[in-house]
Design a binder for this molecule. Sequence first.
Ligand SMILES: C[S@@+](CC[C@H](N)C(=O)[O-])C[C@H]1O[C@@H](n2cnc3c(N)ncnc32)[C@H](O)[C@@H]1O
Length: 282
Amino acid sequence: MKEVKVNQFGGSWTEAKMEIVVNYAKAYLIIMNKQDWVKTLYFDGFAGSGSIGANDKEIKGMALRILDIDEPKPFDTYYFVEKDKKNKDSLEASIKENYPNKKKNAHVVNEDCNKKLIHMATYLSKNKAFRALAFIDPFGMSVNWKSIEALKDLGIDLWILVPTGLGVNRLLKNDQKIPEAWLVKLEVFLGLSREVILDRFYSQKTIHTLFGSETKTNKELDTIEKIGGLYTERLKTVFQFVSESFIMRNSTNSIMYHFMMATNNKTALKLANDIIKPKYKI
Ligand SMILES: C[S@@+](CC[C@H](N)C(=O)[O-])C[C@H]1O[C@@H](n2cnc3c(N)ncnc32)[C@H](O)[C@@H]1O
Protein backbone atom coordinates (compact mmCIF):
# COMPACT_ATOMS: atom_id res chain seq x y z
CA MET A 1 0.00 0.00 0.00
CA LYS A 2 1.15 3.51 -0.77
CA GLU A 3 1.00 5.85 2.14
CA VAL A 4 1.95 9.32 3.17
CA LYS A 5 2.27 10.62 6.70
CA VAL A 6 1.55 14.19 7.68
CA ASN A 7 1.01 16.29 10.70
CA GLN A 8 -2.17 18.18 10.19
CA PHE A 9 -4.99 19.03 7.86
CA GLY A 10 -3.81 21.05 4.93
CA GLY A 11 -0.37 19.51 5.30
CA SER A 12 1.54 17.51 2.80
CA TRP A 13 -1.22 15.04 2.03
CA THR A 14 -3.43 17.78 0.66
CA GLU A 15 -0.59 18.79 -1.66
CA ALA A 16 0.14 15.16 -2.51
CA LYS A 17 -3.48 14.46 -3.37
CA MET A 18 -3.69 17.53 -5.60
CA GLU A 19 -0.40 16.67 -7.29
CA ILE A 20 -1.70 13.20 -8.11
CA VAL A 21 -4.78 14.60 -9.83
CA VAL A 22 -2.89 17.37 -11.65
CA ASN A 23 -0.33 14.86 -12.95
CA TYR A 24 -3.13 12.55 -13.96
CA ALA A 25 -5.03 15.39 -15.70
CA LYS A 26 -1.94 16.37 -17.72
CA ALA A 27 -1.37 12.80 -18.88
CA TYR A 28 -5.11 12.44 -19.56
CA LEU A 29 -5.12 15.53 -21.78
CA ILE A 30 -2.10 14.24 -23.74
CA ILE A 31 -4.05 11.06 -24.51
CA MET A 32 -7.28 12.93 -25.31
CA ASN A 33 -5.42 15.37 -27.54
CA LYS A 34 -4.64 12.49 -29.90
CA GLN A 35 -8.35 11.78 -30.35
CA ASP A 36 -9.58 14.97 -31.94
CA TRP A 37 -13.26 13.94 -31.90
CA VAL A 38 -13.24 13.78 -28.08
CA LYS A 39 -14.50 16.69 -25.97
CA THR A 40 -13.15 16.83 -22.44
CA LEU A 41 -15.06 17.76 -19.30
CA TYR A 42 -13.51 18.38 -15.90
CA PHE A 43 -16.01 17.96 -13.06
CA ASP A 44 -15.20 18.98 -9.50
CA GLY A 45 -17.95 18.01 -7.05
CA PHE A 46 -16.58 19.82 -3.96
CA ALA A 47 -14.78 22.67 -5.64
CA GLY A 48 -14.06 24.95 -2.66
CA SER A 49 -13.30 28.67 -2.88
CA GLY A 50 -10.20 28.51 -5.06
CA SER A 51 -7.76 28.50 -2.18
CA ILE A 52 -7.10 26.36 0.87
CA GLY A 53 -5.94 27.59 4.24
CA ALA A 54 -3.02 25.39 5.23
CA ASN A 55 -0.66 25.84 8.16
CA ASP A 56 -1.36 29.59 8.41
CA LYS A 57 -0.89 30.14 4.69
CA GLU A 58 -3.13 30.03 1.68
CA ILE A 59 -2.40 27.53 -1.03
CA LYS A 60 -3.98 27.29 -4.43
CA GLY A 61 -6.94 24.89 -4.53
CA MET A 62 -7.49 22.17 -7.12
CA ALA A 63 -9.94 24.12 -9.25
CA LEU A 64 -7.35 26.76 -10.11
CA ARG A 65 -4.56 24.21 -10.54
CA ILE A 66 -6.67 22.44 -13.16
CA LEU A 67 -7.46 25.75 -14.87
CA ASP A 68 -3.70 26.41 -15.02
CA ILE A 69 -3.18 23.47 -17.37
CA ASP A 70 -2.79 24.66 -20.97
CA GLU A 71 -0.46 22.03 -22.41
CA PRO A 72 -1.11 20.02 -24.47
CA LYS A 73 -4.52 21.67 -24.25
CA PRO A 74 -7.00 22.88 -21.64
CA PHE A 75 -10.21 20.97 -20.90
CA ASP A 76 -13.06 21.92 -23.23
CA THR A 77 -15.48 22.43 -20.34
CA TYR A 78 -15.08 22.85 -16.58
CA TYR A 79 -17.91 22.22 -14.14
CA PHE A 80 -17.38 23.24 -10.54
CA VAL A 81 -19.96 22.37 -7.88
CA GLU A 82 -19.86 24.10 -4.51
CA LYS A 83 -22.65 24.01 -1.92
CA ASP A 84 -21.48 26.99 0.11
CA LYS A 85 -22.57 30.22 -1.59
CA LYS A 86 -19.61 32.25 -0.31
CA ASN A 87 -17.11 29.70 -1.60
CA LYS A 88 -18.93 29.51 -4.92
CA ASP A 89 -18.84 33.30 -5.34
CA SER A 90 -15.20 33.48 -4.42
CA LEU A 91 -14.22 30.74 -6.90
CA GLU A 92 -16.26 32.40 -9.62
CA ALA A 93 -14.63 35.78 -8.98
CA SER A 94 -11.19 34.21 -9.05
CA ILE A 95 -11.89 32.53 -12.39
CA LYS A 96 -13.19 35.79 -13.88
CA GLU A 97 -10.14 37.68 -12.73
CA ASN A 98 -7.39 35.15 -13.41
CA TYR A 99 -8.68 33.06 -16.31
CA PRO A 100 -10.62 35.53 -18.48
CA ASN A 101 -10.22 33.38 -21.60
CA LYS A 102 -11.61 30.31 -19.82
CA LYS A 103 -14.55 31.87 -17.99
CA LYS A 104 -16.91 31.11 -20.89
CA ASN A 105 -16.26 27.38 -20.52
CA ALA A 106 -15.96 27.29 -16.73
CA HIS A 107 -19.28 26.86 -14.95
CA VAL A 108 -19.53 27.31 -11.20
CA VAL A 109 -22.79 26.19 -9.59
CA ASN A 110 -24.13 26.54 -6.08
CA GLU A 111 -25.52 23.03 -5.67
CA ASP A 112 -25.18 19.68 -3.97
CA CYS A 113 -22.62 17.38 -5.58
CA ASN A 114 -24.99 14.39 -5.45
CA LYS A 115 -27.53 16.14 -7.62
CA LYS A 116 -24.90 17.26 -10.11
CA LEU A 117 -23.24 13.83 -10.39
CA ILE A 118 -26.60 12.50 -11.55
CA HIS A 119 -27.02 15.40 -14.00
CA MET A 120 -23.52 14.73 -15.35
CA ALA A 121 -24.41 11.06 -15.87
CA THR A 122 -27.43 12.06 -17.97
CA TYR A 123 -25.35 14.57 -19.90
CA LEU A 124 -22.61 12.04 -20.70
CA SER A 125 -25.07 9.40 -21.79
CA LYS A 126 -26.57 11.87 -24.30
CA ASN A 127 -23.33 13.52 -25.44
CA LYS A 128 -21.23 10.59 -26.55
CA ALA A 129 -18.26 12.68 -27.68
CA PHE A 130 -17.62 13.82 -24.10
CA ARG A 131 -15.11 12.18 -21.78
CA ALA A 132 -15.04 13.33 -18.16
CA LEU A 133 -12.42 13.51 -15.47
CA ALA A 134 -14.07 13.93 -12.07
CA PHE A 135 -12.56 14.89 -8.73
CA ILE A 136 -14.65 14.22 -5.63
CA ASP A 137 -13.06 15.71 -2.54
CA PRO A 138 -15.59 15.86 0.31
CA PHE A 139 -14.91 16.54 3.99
CA GLY A 140 -17.08 13.68 5.19
CA MET A 141 -19.51 11.03 4.03
CA SER A 142 -21.52 13.37 1.82
CA VAL A 143 -21.44 11.33 -1.40
CA ASN A 144 -24.42 9.00 -1.67
CA TRP A 145 -23.90 5.61 -3.26
CA LYS A 146 -26.81 6.30 -5.64
CA SER A 147 -24.88 9.22 -7.18
CA ILE A 148 -21.91 6.95 -7.88
CA GLU A 149 -24.12 4.21 -9.24
CA ALA A 150 -25.54 6.64 -11.81
CA LEU A 151 -22.11 6.76 -13.48
CA LYS A 152 -22.24 3.15 -14.71
CA ASP A 153 -20.97 2.47 -18.25
CA LEU A 154 -19.95 6.08 -18.92
CA GLY A 155 -16.69 7.56 -20.18
CA ILE A 156 -15.65 8.94 -16.84
CA ASP A 157 -12.51 8.63 -14.74
CA LEU A 158 -13.43 9.29 -11.12
CA TRP A 159 -10.93 10.26 -8.42
CA ILE A 160 -12.63 9.96 -5.06
CA LEU A 161 -11.58 10.66 -1.50
CA VAL A 162 -13.17 8.05 0.76
CA PRO A 163 -13.39 8.95 4.47
CA THR A 164 -12.63 5.44 5.67
CA GLY A 165 -11.07 6.35 9.03
CA LEU A 166 -12.55 9.82 9.60
CA GLY A 167 -16.04 8.78 8.52
CA VAL A 168 -17.17 5.18 8.21
CA ASN A 169 -15.00 3.71 10.96
CA ARG A 170 -16.29 6.25 13.50
CA LEU A 171 -19.86 5.14 12.87
CA LEU A 172 -18.97 1.49 13.33
CA LYS A 173 -18.88 1.58 17.13
CA ASN A 174 -16.83 -1.08 18.88
CA ASP A 175 -19.82 -2.46 20.82
CA GLN A 176 -22.04 -2.39 17.68
CA LYS A 177 -24.54 -0.17 19.51
CA ILE A 178 -24.94 2.12 16.50
CA PRO A 179 -27.67 4.80 16.56
CA GLU A 180 -30.37 4.50 13.89
CA ALA A 181 -29.29 7.70 12.09
CA TRP A 182 -25.74 6.35 11.75
CA LEU A 183 -26.99 3.05 10.36
CA VAL A 184 -28.99 4.96 7.75
CA LYS A 185 -25.90 7.05 6.91
CA LEU A 186 -23.82 3.89 6.43
CA GLU A 187 -26.49 2.40 4.17
CA VAL A 188 -26.79 5.52 2.02
CA PHE A 189 -23.00 5.90 1.76
CA LEU A 190 -22.19 2.29 0.92
CA GLY A 191 -25.39 1.33 -0.90
CA LEU A 192 -25.68 -1.80 1.22
CA SER A 193 -28.18 -2.96 3.84
CA ARG A 194 -27.26 -2.65 7.50
CA GLU A 195 -27.31 -6.46 7.79
CA VAL A 196 -24.64 -6.80 5.10
CA ILE A 197 -22.55 -3.98 6.56
CA LEU A 198 -22.70 -5.29 10.13
CA ASP A 199 -22.00 -8.83 9.02
CA ARG A 200 -18.90 -7.58 7.28
CA PHE A 201 -17.41 -5.76 10.27
CA TYR A 202 -18.56 -7.66 13.34
CA SER A 203 -18.53 -11.25 14.49
CA GLN A 204 -20.47 -12.82 17.34
CA LYS A 205 -18.85 -15.33 19.60
CA THR A 206 -20.63 -17.50 22.13
CA ILE A 207 -18.69 -17.99 25.31
CA HIS A 208 -19.64 -20.83 27.66
CA THR A 209 -19.23 -19.93 31.30
CA LEU A 210 -20.02 -21.73 34.51
CA PHE A 211 -23.43 -20.03 34.69
CA GLY A 212 -24.50 -20.45 31.07
CA SER A 213 -23.43 -19.00 27.73
CA GLU A 214 -22.96 -15.39 26.67
CA THR A 215 -22.74 -13.88 23.19
CA LYS A 216 -19.94 -11.36 22.63
CA THR A 217 -19.68 -8.95 19.71
CA ASN A 218 -16.26 -8.30 18.25
CA LYS A 219 -15.34 -5.65 15.72
CA GLU A 220 -13.01 -6.83 12.98
CA LEU A 221 -9.31 -6.02 13.28
CA ASP A 222 -7.93 -3.61 10.65
CA THR A 223 -11.42 -2.25 10.07
CA ILE A 224 -10.24 0.88 8.29
CA GLU A 225 -8.22 -1.06 5.71
CA LYS A 226 -11.23 -3.31 5.24
CA ILE A 227 -13.52 -0.29 4.69
CA GLY A 228 -11.10 0.84 1.94
CA GLY A 229 -11.34 -2.65 0.45
CA LEU A 230 -15.12 -2.60 0.65
CA TYR A 231 -15.39 0.76 -1.12
CA THR A 232 -13.05 -0.51 -3.85
CA GLU A 233 -15.28 -3.57 -4.18
CA ARG A 234 -18.39 -1.34 -4.41
CA LEU A 235 -16.78 0.83 -7.10
CA LYS A 236 -15.99 -2.32 -9.09
CA THR A 237 -19.73 -2.97 -9.39
CA VAL A 238 -20.03 0.32 -11.31
CA PHE A 239 -16.64 0.68 -13.05
CA GLN A 240 -14.47 -1.98 -14.67
CA PHE A 241 -11.29 -0.96 -12.89
CA VAL A 242 -10.30 0.69 -9.61
CA SER A 243 -6.78 1.87 -8.84
CA GLU A 244 -4.75 1.09 -5.78
CA SER A 245 -5.48 3.39 -2.87
CA PHE A 246 -3.34 6.29 -1.83
CA ILE A 247 -3.67 6.08 1.96
CA MET A 248 -3.55 9.20 4.09
CA ARG A 249 -2.64 8.97 7.76
CA ASN A 250 -2.53 11.51 10.56
CA SER A 251 0.38 12.21 12.90
CA THR A 252 -0.55 9.29 15.15
CA ASN A 253 -0.43 7.00 12.14
CA SER A 254 -4.17 6.41 11.98
CA ILE A 255 -5.70 6.16 8.54
CA MET A 256 -7.95 9.11 7.70
CA TYR A 257 -8.76 8.57 4.02
CA HIS A 258 -8.34 6.26 1.07
CA PHE A 259 -7.99 8.10 -2.25
CA MET A 260 -8.66 6.06 -5.38
CA MET A 261 -9.57 6.25 -9.05
CA ALA A 262 -12.30 4.32 -10.87
CA THR A 263 -12.49 3.99 -14.66
CA ASN A 264 -13.67 1.81 -17.53
CA ASN A 265 -10.40 2.26 -19.37
CA LYS A 266 -7.42 -0.01 -18.82
CA THR A 267 -4.87 2.60 -19.93
CA ALA A 268 -6.36 5.06 -17.43
CA LEU A 269 -6.01 2.48 -14.66
CA LYS A 270 -2.33 1.93 -15.43
CA LEU A 271 -1.76 5.65 -15.56
CA ALA A 272 -3.37 6.19 -12.16
CA ASN A 273 -1.41 3.36 -10.54
CA ASP A 274 1.82 4.60 -12.11
CA ILE A 275 1.19 8.05 -10.64
CA ILE A 276 0.24 6.76 -7.18
CA LYS A 277 2.94 4.10 -6.81
CA PRO A 278 6.49 5.35 -7.14
CA LYS A 279 5.93 8.76 -5.66
CA TYR A 280 4.42 7.90 -2.35
CA LYS A 281 6.04 4.65 -1.37
CA ILE A 282 7.36 4.68 2.17
C1 LIG B 1 -12.54 19.59 1.28
S1 LIG B 1 -13.28 21.02 0.62
C2 LIG B 1 -12.77 20.93 -1.05
C3 LIG B 1 -11.48 21.60 -1.33
C4 LIG B 1 -11.18 21.72 -2.80
N1 LIG B 1 -11.07 20.42 -3.44
C5 LIG B 1 -9.95 22.56 -3.04
O1 LIG B 1 -8.97 22.06 -3.60
O2 LIG B 1 -9.99 23.74 -2.66
C6 LIG B 1 -14.97 20.62 0.53
C7 LIG B 1 -15.87 21.71 -0.09
O3 LIG B 1 -17.10 21.11 -0.44
C8 LIG B 1 -18.18 21.97 -0.10
N2 LIG B 1 -19.33 21.07 0.11
C9 LIG B 1 -19.70 20.42 1.25
N3 LIG B 1 -20.75 19.61 1.02
C10 LIG B 1 -21.03 19.71 -0.32
C11 LIG B 1 -21.97 19.09 -1.17
N4 LIG B 1 -22.84 18.19 -0.71
N5 LIG B 1 -21.95 19.41 -2.48
C12 LIG B 1 -21.06 20.31 -2.98
N6 LIG B 1 -20.14 20.95 -2.20
C13 LIG B 1 -20.13 20.65 -0.89
C14 LIG B 1 -17.70 22.72 1.12
O4 LIG B 1 -18.37 23.97 1.21
C15 LIG B 1 -16.20 22.86 0.84
O5 LIG B 1 -15.92 24.06 0.18
